[in-house]
Design a protein around this ligand. Sequence first.
Ligand SMILES: Cc1cc2nc3c(=O)[nH]c(=O)nc-3n(C[C@H](O)[C@H](O)[C@H](O)COP(=O)(O)OP(=O)(O)OC[C@H]3O[C@@H](n4cnc5c(N)ncnc54)[C@H](O)[C@@H]3O)c2cc1C
Length: 268
Amino acid sequence: MLSLRNVSRIYRAAEVKTAALKDISLTISAGEFIAITGPSDCGKSTLLNILGMLDVPSTGEYQFFGERVHGRSEDDLALLRRQGVAYIFQNFNLLPGLTVAAFREDLAQLAPFVRDRVSELKSWDQMKLLTVRVDHLRRWYRAGLLCIGDAAHAMSPLGGVGINLAVQDAVAAANILTVPLREGRLALHDLAAVQRRRELPARLIQRMQIFFQNRVIRRALGVDQNPPLALPLRLLRAWPLLRRLPARLIGIGFRPEHIRVSTRLSRS
Ligand SMILES: Cc1cc2nc3c(=O)[nH]c(=O)nc-3n(C[C@H](O)[C@H](O)[C@H](O)COP(=O)(O)OP(=O)(O)OC[C@H]3O[C@@H](n4cnc5c(N)ncnc54)[C@H](O)[C@@H]3O)c2cc1C
């Protein structure tokens, strides 16, 4: 039998206290099946972690088949857990080597400017793995659908060029599609024209991102504490005029777009 009496769990990050559970009393008999439901952040995961002895209550008592859980050492808890608990996790990330409270403290130390809001993070459910991809569709369109921006060519954050490209795609699409749309004669070849215009600049910028990722960033983030400056950076340092090139490519791209106001459109 599992029995909780007046269990609370309070996380402390810096000076901020967050109560994830307050005064929970609960008894689960042998052979009983229960489901714990509730809105996001109501403390379900904290409760499960305490029941499964991955976490301990801040106050209150927990009895696990007659064994006192509260106040035990970590090693004792691990033994009890090994003998009596089986978990099925949604994914392996739910088995943290770190508690949420410790993560918040790490985060506040790494980025002191977010210290006053790390308490917003209350459970691992709120944390997501950010995946960065660089890829592209072979075909950006089909009848009734046109993909532009990241939907057609996902950009890495490198260089901060993705928004620029997405806006340029939108301008090109507006320039190419407005009149056929207004005249009700939009056809697949109009959508194809958008891809023809924008695919090359997008692919070239993506290649540039991959080049800098592999040649510059990866080296800088590598194990070597003081890696020699990568060749592209040495060249930029040696010839200041060369610096205009990446600046132009980042700021303007390979094929700048300007809104063309159709005279036919402005008269209508
Ligand atoms: C970590 C990271 C940092 C980045 N930093 C920069 C940067 O500093 N500068 C820069 O220029 N680029 C940056 N980029 C790249 C940039 O974010 C993208 O290239 C850019 O946002 C693409 O714009 P978009 O409008 O095509 O797509 P998005 O900005 O992804 O917009 C798509 C929108 O559609 C919405 N959506 C998705 N599905 C649906 C649906 N079914 N119904 C309704 N809405 C839906 C989404 O919620 C989203 O709001 C970064 C990328 C990453 C991953």
